[in-house]
Design a protein around this ligand. Structure first.
Ligand code: ATP
Ligand code: MG
Length: 164
């Protein structure tokens, strides 16, 4: 199986996971990540670390009030969506836009709060769910859809085994 769950004990381990995710995505010239999890689970934190390891120089902030932030200074373009404040009605038009961004070569699209998307999800995507436990403890679950995404997920999983 390509999908996996990892128990995270502290922020440093989240950093390790995000670093490995960034390098694998870089190897595959980009991808699409949907991030799920409660408020304060660590979705934006994960994106910030991804950006760091993609050599993005700008400060990454939560795009809650603007829906999308984009960054063009790194190894690849980063499109960071946060749909928390988007009403259900706005979702169907934005999914087409997200799909378009993912077709850009060498770009990573990350979407927080994509919970309203039920149908019409892009074929190639990795869904990452962050479950809050306590303090710095988290569980990250990776579920891949599509051939390329499954391969990326498999490689991240394998790279995690190496350090243990
Ligand atoms: N292991 C960990 N992984 C990620 N974040 C952690 C961890 N331990 C502690 N934190 C802290 O938890 C908080 C997570 O906040 P963050 O903004 O990333 O959440 P979010 O899931 O994006 O929330 P929102 O739904 O409001 O966008 C940060 O303050 C971060 O430092
Ligand atoms: Mg966030």
């Amino acid at each position: 199986m390509n999908n996996f769950k990892i128990n995270i004990k502290n922020l440093k381990q989240t950093e390790e996971l995000a670093k490995k995710t960034a390098s694998t995505i870089d190897k595959y010239s980009g991808g699409l990540l949907f991030l799920y999890g409660d408020i304060g689970a660590g979705k934006t934190t994960f994106v910030k670390i991804l950006a760091k390891y993609l050599d993005i120089k700008e400060k990454v902030t939560s795009p809650s009030f603007v829906i999308l932030n984009e960054y063009h200074s790194g190894k690849m373009d980063l499109y960071h969506f946060d749909l928390y404040r988007l009403e259900k009605e706005g979702i169907s038009s934005i999914i087409d836009e997200i799909q378009e961004y993912t077709e850009d070569e060498n770009s990573l699209t990350v979407v927080e709060w994509a919970n309203y998307f039920q149908d019409k999800l892009p074929d190639e995507r990795i869904e990452i769910t962050v479950d809050y436990a306590e303090k710095e403890t988290r569980v990250f679950s990776f579920n891949a859809f599509g051939i390329k995404s499954k391969q990326i997920c498999k490689e991240i999983k394998e790279s995690l085994k190496k350090v243990k």
